[in-house]
Design a protein around this ligand. Structure first.
Ligand code: SER
Length: 320
């Protein structure tokens, strides 16, 4: 099975990752070769083909994939951890049934798939420090449960039907284009907007809640490098541990203060604290490093500097 990609679809293209992955893929494969889809109408003119798609609508997805002669699917449509706890049924339907539609169509038509997993696939019982690639997977959030199901069903479709489906357990993704929605790691994005606009942030996690995180440029690099890896060199498929930076809110605030000295943070933990406490604090990603050469570029100071530079510029222009 070859790795060549010519025509791509992105589901959840309006989300935090899709908003930056779509233009990156268009720069690589050509604007007209990347179809952006989302359940929402685009807010502004899209730089290339765009269709409204509910991933639960298998028939519409099937005809779209055929009409656009798609060969590769970046399946990003999902409900995140905090929203999932508020609506477990919706999380199951979108995250599991939506993926099942994608996998079944790939089984029939031979599409390649990228399907992200998450650090949320771990739960209490897994070591939280340098969490190993292979360990106890007993998440206590519905989001985590759906991500473990996604890893297992993806690996099953590869072993049983030869579907080339790949994925990594993403940490919290920090970015400055589209905001994340409904995640437990979202504080690490919100904090920048509030620091720049109001010099103050009320954090919904405790000061010392250490979580694995990653800056968006590293996330995009991971997606593209994993999809470009030679299939024969992969031992794992849908469940690569992936690490970049681990920090707590108090450490992030300290780094932000190097740029905005008057920045103040207060802590008012809510229901998301319990979710964060069930997740890893840091990750052992040696399998990704060994099998497809993963290595992140951004550490904490580099990420903070870049975030503040980009968002301050937008604030100056009045577009933040
Ligand atoms: N960022 C996600 C969340 O917080 C974790 O994968 O739900």
């Amino acid at each position: 099975m070859g790795n060549s990609t010519n025509r791509v679809i992105v589901t959840g293209a309006m989300g935090q990752i899709g908003s930056e992955l779509t233009p990156r893929l268009r720069a690589i494969y050509g604007k007209d070769n990347v179809l952006a889809t989302d359940i929402k109408q685009p807010e502004s003119e899209h730089e290339g083909p765009y269709e409204v798609l509910d991933v639960l609508d298998r028939e519409k997805m099937e005809s779209m994939l055929k009409d656009y002669e798609i060969d590769t699917i970046y399946h990003l449509a999902a409900i995140l951890s905090a929203t999932g706890e508020r609506n477990p049924d919706l999380a199951w339907r979108i995250n599991v049934n939506g993926l099942h539609n994608v996998l079944d169509l790939a089984k029939e038509h031979g599409y390649r798939i990228f399907n992200p997993s998450s650090i949320a696939a771990f739960g209490p019982g897994a070591p939280r420090d340098n969490t190993p690639q292979n360990t106890i997977m007993k998440p206590t959030t519905i989001y985590g449960v759906t991500k473990v199901v996604g890893e297992l069903i993806g690996n099953y479709y590869f072993a049983k039907y030869g579907v080339d489906v790949r994925g990594a357990r993403l940490p919290g993704i920090i970015s400055n284009v589209a905001p994340p929605g409904g995640g437990t790691t979202d504080y690490a994005v919100e904090i920048f907007y509030e620091a720049i606009k109001n010099k103050r942030y009320t954090c919904f996690l405790n000061a010392d809640t250490m979580l694995p995180m990653m800056y968006m440029p590293d996330c995009l690099k991971a997606f593209i490098d994993l999809m470009n890896a030679d299939l024969d060199s992969l031992i794992h498929h849908c469940d690569f541990n992936l690490a970049a930076i681990s920090f707590s809110p108090i450490e992030l605030a300290k780094e932000i203060r190097n740029h905005i000295p008057e920045f103040e943070i207060v802590y008012e933990p809510d229901y998301r604290q319990q979710i964060a406490d069930s997740w890893p604090m840091s990750i052992d990603d040696s399998a990704a490093r060994d099998e497809w050469g993963w290595s992140p570029d951004y550490d904490l100071p580099a990420m903070v500097e870049d975030m503040i530079r980009v968002l301050s510029e937008r604030h100056r222009k009045g577009t933040l």
